[in-house]
Design a protein around this ligand. Structure first.
Ligand code: NDP
Length: 297
């Protein structure tokens, strides 16, 4: 029987694990604060940010939300980030991507105080991750590690194939997986759009992580009975329903489920974990900045 890994349930456990930390902070007179910044008219981005704000409210994190017009000058965004960097009630800052074309993503990420960079994308935090000493693990890769751990899948000595080499998923995940650590120690293959014979790379892996942004590109024929499949993809495809679309992953769920040993669904797999790990990083950031020892699993 293929196990369908329930990301909602694991995310709920992570949120539960944060309760003690939030209480420890409260005893010290600290309420963790997460600022979200939206500079976009994209409805999907608006939804993501409002979900993150709702998550904060539910667990007792102070949510601060700043919205800028999508055509505002880039300087307005830098000024906002500078204000949030200086605000002692803000422990984490998340600038929702993608940004408008006239704003340089990398410059904005650089402007965020690395201590408040709960996404883990500031070059200093990327460097620490590559050096094997992450300050904040990027949310999606960390969420994937937690999902595997909760499923009882160890990576030590295993072969992992990651399809996708982006800065937000593929690259940081590869670094975490081959890190010399109990939840790392895997042998990692990272594939991308120029990879030849992708099937050979997925079929020889114990764990396959699909993060390419290509709807249902990995199917059952590319897996074995032993493969654990983590589907990061979130793709809108046309559908004959009220919304006119549905969300599918990068994995063809039906055929993969027939073959693999375990698989995450879309939605309800990696997505809820990404959100939960943002809360985790915010609580961790509050502890670090306020000098309060917060015990997080
Ligand atoms: P990017 O577009 O930044 O990167 C995609 C990567 O996949 C690139 O490295 C690209 O290769 C590679 N790729 C594209 N096509 C192929 C192919 N046919 N074969 C092999 N590799 C290919 O995407 P992201 O990393 O930002 O996101 C990936 C997916 O994950 C998206 O669907 C996104 O919506 C989703 N996502 C989900 C999250 C969640 O919480 N569940 C969080 C973040 C993203 P190359 O480098 O050569 O271009």
């Amino acid at each position: 029987m293929t196990e369908v890994i329930d990301g909602n349930a694991v995310a709920e456990d992570v949120r539960g694990d944060l309760e003690d930390g939030i209480e420890t902070l409260a005893d010290a007179g600290v309420r963790p604060g997460l600022a979200t910044v939206l500079m976009s008219d994209d409805p999907a981005s608006e939804t993501y940010v409002s979900m993150k704000q709702r998550d904060c409210e539910e667990v007792g994190i102070e949510g601060i939300h700043v919205e800028l017009d999508a055509d505002a000058p880039a300087e307005d965004l830098y000024d906002t980030v500078a204000d949030l960097n200086a605000d002692p009630e803000v422990h984490g800052i998340l600038v929702q991507m993608p940004l408008p074309d006239h704003v340089e993503d990398r410059e904005v990420l650089r402007a965020i105080d690395p201590e408040k960079d709960v996404d883990g994308f500031h070059p200093e935090n990327v460097g620490r991750l590559v050096a094997g000493e992450p300050r904040y693990r990027p949310c999606t890769p960390h969420g994937i590690q937690k999902l595997l751990d909760a499923t009882g899948v160890e990576t030590e000595g295993k072969d992992v194939t990651i399809v996708g080499r982006s800065n937000i998923v593929g690259k940081p995940l590869a670094n975490l997986f081959f890190r010399k650590a109990h939840d790392g120690n895997a042998t990692v293959t990272v594939c991308h759009s120029r990879t030849t014979d992708l099937e050979a790379k997925t079929r020889c892996a114990d764990v396959v992580v699909a993060a390419a942004g290509v709807p249902e590109m990995i199917d059952g024929s590319m897996l074995t009975e032993e493969t654990v499949v983590i589907d990061v993809g979130i793709n809108r495809v046309d559908a004959d329903n009220e919304k006119g679309y549905e969300l599918v992953g990068d994995v063809d769920f039906e055929s993969a489920k027939e073959k693999a040993s375990a698989i995450t669904p879309v939605p309800g797999g990696v997505g809820p974990m990404t959100r939960a790990m943002l809360l985790y990083n915010t609580v961790k950031a509050a502890g670090r900045q306020e000098g309060v020892a917060v015990d997080l699993p």
